[in-house]
Structure formats: C-alpha cells, structure tokens
Ligand binder design. Structure first.
Ligand SMILES: Nc1ncnc2c1ncn2[C@@H]1O[C@H](COP(=O)(O)OP(=O)(O)OP(=O)(O)O)[C@@H](O)[C@H]1O
Length: 646
C-alpha cells in the first residue's frame, strides 16, 4: 500500500497548444488516434520483450498483446497492453512534456497548414490536414476522441501502479493505485460525438486492419484477434497480392490512401540471410516544403522488431526509400547501441544499395515513364550519390537524366548511356555546359562551334548536376568536360561546315586573321593585365567576338559562380580570353589598330568585351568601371551619329 496521494500538475505550454489543435482541427482524421495508441502499446511491448530477453527476472509466460475494449454503457474505449508500463516519474516526463520528435513535428506542420503554406497533399488535391496524419501525433491524439483520458499503469520494475488523469485543458493529476496489472490501460472517456463510432467492435476492427495489420504483436478487439496475417515479407513473392503490398506500404509510411510508385521484394539466403520489402513513395514531400524526412528502414530479427528507423541500412542518397529488412543473422537481443557495432549492418547496406540501384536501372529500361516520374521526384536526392559513393558512382551516373542539345524540347532528357551511343567514333570526350536555363545555354558563345559541328552537348541547368559530373570525371571510358574549359578536344571528323571556324589545334585549316589582329590581341592583353591568364585567337567561335575559357583543370564557370556566391573569399580562377578574328567587330578593330591614335578605344573595347563575357556567365566584375566605360562608348557612338546627320 502506498502512502502518496493525488497530485496536480500543469502541462508544458507546447502541450496545451498541441491539445488545442488536436481537439479542434482534426475531426476527419480522428481514427488515427487509435493507430497512435496501438503503436505506443506496441512500442511498450517491444521494450518489454527486449528486457525479457536480456534479464531473466522479468520473464513470464503471459503472451504479449494489445487489446481494445469498447464499452458503450460506460462510454469508454480502453487500449490495454502488458508492456513495460510507466513509473510516476515516467508519467511526468513522457506525458507532461513534449520530449519526442513526432509531436513537435506535428505541431509545426499543423501551424503551417493553418497558415496555408501548403495547399496540396501527395495526390495534389486534398487538404493538407490529411498529410498531417502521416506524422506521429503520439499519445495526445487520445484527446481527439476523449474529453478525459486516464492512464492506469504499472511499470515492470514496480509493485504498485499509478493513475494519470487529464481533461486535456491545462492540468493533469497523478495518484497511486494498488491494483494495476503490468503495462498500461489508456481509458478514453469518449466525446459525445465519438461514442457511437468508437464503441462499435466492427468499426474498431476495420481501423486496426487498416492501420495496424502489421504491428508485430497480437491486437485484439474484445476477444477477437484482428491482425492475424503472416508477415508478408517472409512469404514468396508469388503469394503476396498487390493489395497486401499496398496495405503494408500504408502501414509502414502512415500514408493512408497512397500507393507506392514501386516496390522491391528481396529474399536472400547466402552469404547473408534476409528478407526485405522496399518502397518508393509516389511523391517527394521534401519538394513540397516539408523538411527532411528521417524515417529510415524498419529492422527485424526473425520477424521481431529491432528498430523502426534504422538509417544505416541504405546510403543517404536513398533516404526516401521506406521498407522493412528482416534478418535471421541478427541476434534478437541486439539494442540500438550494439547495432552500431554490428558487422552485419554494413553488409546488408551494401547488398540493399546494389539491389535498389540495379532495380532502378531495370525500371529505367523497362518502364521509362515510371522511371521519369521517379526521377522527377527523387532524382535530386539520388544524384548526390555520385559524389559520395565511389563504389557505385558509375551505376548512379547511369541513372542520371540530363537535358541535351540532342533534343531541346523543354523537359526532354537523356542519359549518359544514350549520349555515349550517339557519340562519333573518334569523339573521346562527353561535352557539357552549365548555365541558368536552357535558353541562355543555347545562346552561350561556347556552344556555337558544337552546334555548327553537330556535336551533342549536355545542358546542366542545376549546379548539383554539374557537381555530380565534375566528381564523376569519366563515364564509360570517356572523360566528361565542360565546354568552357581549355581541355576540350574536338573529334577530327567534326569538321566545321565553314572552314573559318575550324581551329589550328583541332587539325583543321587555320583561321585567316585580318591584318592588325595580332596588334588587337596585344592591346587587349595589356589592357586586361592580371584579370586574365592570356588573350589568344579563338578556335571555337562562330559569330561571337570573344569568349572566356577556363584554363586546363580548373572548374567550369557555372561551378565557380555557385561557389563564389556561397563560399566567402572564393577566388575565381583567371580565364583565357579567346578572340574571334572572323567577328566583324574584331575585323574593324584590327583595321583601326594601324593608327596608334585608336589604342585607347581598342583597349576600352577589350575591357568591355571581357566584362560582357563575364556577365554572360552571370558574374559582375568592376561594375563602376564597366558602367563608366559603357557610357563613354555610347557617347562616342552618339557623337559619330551626330556627325553623320549634320
Ligand atoms: N502504452 C504505453 N506504455 C508505456 N509507455 C508509454 C505508452 N504510451 C506512451 N508511453 C510513453 O510516453 C511517451 C510519449 O508517447 P508519445 O506517443 O506521445 O510519443 P512517442 O511514441 O515517444 O514519440 P513519437 O510519437 O514521436 O514516435 C512514449 O515515448 C513512452 O515512453
């Protein structure tokens, strides 16, 4: 018999806010309250099972189970488990403060939904509140159904129990009780409008089937065992119906009414024994403004849950994959802590990663439309793997989809494999160019010669793709080069349609430079000084007067631009200014250079052409000097026009 008496406590402020949202705004989602309470009961049974495995004194013969007991007369629904239970301190700590991520996450989403920041869900047309059901609301969901909630509990470590009571407004009380079986009974004193629905056994059965079929413990409604299906991941693929795959997905993800984009059912016996079902959701919630999802994979040992959010079983660039992995090679009493040192995990990760990447390659080949949908949603995450997973980078590179000059229809993409198939026989490099959008890339001076010679260029409008390709360096034995770099080698077979654009270095006929061209180069060189590494005759321009080339081995312009915006004190590499002797402006400057009086004007043109070329790469240099020079050049041009008129 305990001597302590009833004590009153006040909820943490965040809980008061949470309770307020729950009891008012989620009427249509309130069946998830049952899911949350069953899930908590299941967690508690998992904890007890783990303790029983390692500590003999807590073992007994009672089967672990969860029971839902509706009582229409008492207007209650009670969820009973014989798990670990809670001590008085645990009641205060766990049910009086928000210390766990699920409820906090929920609060954030609910606040966003209220503010109308998101207006569509995964299917693109329902209210955002349905999305909220995907986040663990936790124990407080009980107040969606109940006016008053009682928790009668006894911890496995104690002889006597406790009763926690609250009406969900601001306070709760705790008092000792003598008679309490081990575990917890959550008694929901149902709200008037919930009594009818949540005291009907058939209704509760259907909720349990919908949300809790795969809970790894027996769930009863009254006397009836409701979730008595075998775990589908241990069944042969041929025995599992599409409906079962779907409901397992919905159970794992909490994404009610959603079908996965694809699933992968794996089974292996040696050298590793495991079964697994992996799923890809149809949409990437991270693209819809939700923060990074941290779900991980569910890990089981011989069908018994070990961890429900293991993030070591797949690399980060596959973190969008949901699923379950069950291995008989894993000891049952393994804990989160000892798992980190378990040598099986890296082995499983290696196999699972390979299987997912192989499956994606197969999907791309056999169901290109589904793969395109997948890539649209998750390509941005996947491609990050090129830079971090050395072992699989070629496999990931094969999965990339990029825009290309081969087909410039907006949205059209190609793969590196397809590019290589279209390459000329004597082409040794894969060409790419980064820029802000397709329209600017098509107008980029560097592209001119490739366009004229019919050489395909990959257009990278997202710097992440460029980072991926620059990490990759090579694909299928061909080096990947940005066409604004000096490392470019054009195939001899790609003779320009007009011999004038074929450069000396490429083995074509040399461009005939007008008299005075060398003098122009000299004046440009002097004017630009340290700004550039060199000024030289262009070998790759058709009509533009100049272009800036990145010296051998340095980063592409686009990457430098991104880094200069993000890295403090980033030094742009000095580039080479290539001057096109065939451009009318350069021809005219060459003629003017015969008289020394035009040197200043030619120097100004050189500086201005350099500033404009940098501008095309999105970089603004010396804005004050550039603006002054522009004004001066315009004044000169205006004066000339005045002379002509008068
Ligand atoms: N039936 C139960 N038996 C024992 N402890 C429980 C039970 N239900 C809840 N708890 C305790 O209360 C805590 C808070 O539960 P709640 O459902 O709000 O969050 P959670 O399950 O920890 O987190 P999340 O919902 O984010 O996964 C749990 O972590 C657990 O310690």
């Amino acid at each position: 018999m305990t001597t302590a008496t009833r004590e009153e406590f006040t909820f943490q402020t965040e809980i008061k806010q949470l309770l307020n949202i729950l009891s008012h705004s989620l009427y249509q989602n309130r069946e998830i309250a049952v899911r949350e309470l069953v899930s908590n009961a299941s967690d508690s049974l998992n904890k007890l099972r783990h303790i029983q495995l390692s500590e003999a004194e807590y073992r007994d013969d009672a089967p672990l189970k969860i029971t839902l007991l509706p009582d229409a007369t008492a207007k209650t629904l009670t969820i009973v488990d014989n798990g670990v239970g809670l001590t008085r301190e645990e009641l205060i700590e766990n049910l009086g403060t928000i210390a766990h991520s699920g409820s906090l996450d929920f609060m954030k989403k609910a606040a966003e939904a209220k503010a109308g920041t998101h207006d569509s869900d995964s299917s693109g047309n329902k209210s955002d509140l349905s999305l909220i059901g995907q986040f663990g609301v936790g124990f407080y969901a009980a107040f969606m159904l109940a006016d008053t909630v009682e928790v009668i509990t006894r911890s496995y470590r104690e002889e006597t129990g406790w009763k926690w009571t609250s009406d969900g407004t601001g306070q709760y009380s705790i008092e000792p009780v003598d008679e309490a079986p081990r575990g917890a009974q959550i008694v929901l004193h149902l709200k008037e409008d919930a009594i009818d629905e949540f005291t009907k056994e058939y209704r509760l059965e259907s909720i349990v089937r919908r949300y809790s079929t795969f809970v790894p413990h027996a769930v009863y409604v009254g006397e009836k065992h409701v979730n008595n299906q075998p775990p589908i991941w241990v069944e042969p693929k041929s025995q599992v119906t599409p409906e079962q795959y779907k409901s397992f997905y919905q159970w794992l993800t909490h994404h009610a009414n959603e079908e996965p984009l694809w699933h992968l059912h794996l089974s292996a016996d040696s050298p590793l024994q495991f079964q697994s079902i992996l799923y890809c959701p149809p949409v990437n919630l991270e693209l819809q403004g939700f923060g990074r999802l941290e779900h991980g994979l569910t890990l089981c040992a011989k069908r018994i849950l070990v961890q429900d959010d293991n993030k070591d079983l797949l690399p980060d660039y596959l973190h969008f994959v949901y699923g379950l992995v069950d291995s008989a090679d894993l000891p049952l009493n393994v804990s989160r802590e000892t798992l980190q040192d378990n040598r099986l995990i890296p082995k499983l990760r290696k196999v699972l990663t390979k299987k997912v990447l192989d499956y994606l390659a197969e999907l791309a080949e056999e169901q290109p439309a589904t793969y395109a949908k997948f890539y649209e949603q998750f390509g941005m995450v996947l491609r990050g793997g090129v830079g971090v997973d050395f072992e699989n980078r070629e496999k990931i590179a094969r999965l990339l989809r990029l825009a290309s000059s081969h087909d410039v229809t907006p949205g059209a993409t190609t793969s590196l494999g397809e590019y290589v198939k279209r390459m000329r026989e004597d082409q040794t490099q894969i060409y790419y160019l980064g820029g802000p959008d397709l329209a600017s890339l098509l107008r980029n001076p560097h592209y001119e010669t490739f366009r004229d010679r019919g050489l395909e260029v990959l257009f990278l409008t997202d710097p992440v793709d460029e980072f991926a390709l620059s990490h990759l360096q090579e694909f299928d034995g061909k080096s990947l080069v940005s066409i604004d770099s000096a490392d470019i080698q054009l195939p001899a077979s790609a003779e320009s349609p007009s011999s004038s654009t074929t450069g000396e270095e490429q083995g074509g006929s040399s461009q005939i430079a007008p008299a005075g061209f060398d003098r122009v180069l000299e004046i440009f060189r002097q004017a630009l000084g340290e700004r550039v590494q060199d000024v030289r005759k262009a070998t790759r321009l058709a009509t533009s007067p100049v272009c800036l080339v990145n010296p051998q081995g340095s980063m592409s312009s686009q990457l430098q631009k991104v880094l200069s915006q993000t890295v403090k004190d980033f030094n742009l590499s000095r580039r080479i200014l290539e001057v096109n002797p065939q451009a009318p402006l350069i021809g005219r400057l060459a003629t003017l250079s015969s008289s020394g009086t035009n040197d200043d004007f030619i120097a100004d043109c050189g500086l201005q052409l350099y500033a404009s070329a940098m501008l095309l790469d999105g970089l603004v240099v010396e804005p004050d000097l550039t603006a002054d020079r522009m004004r001066k050049l315009m004044e000169e041009a205006a004066d000339k026009r005045t002379v002509i008129i008068t």
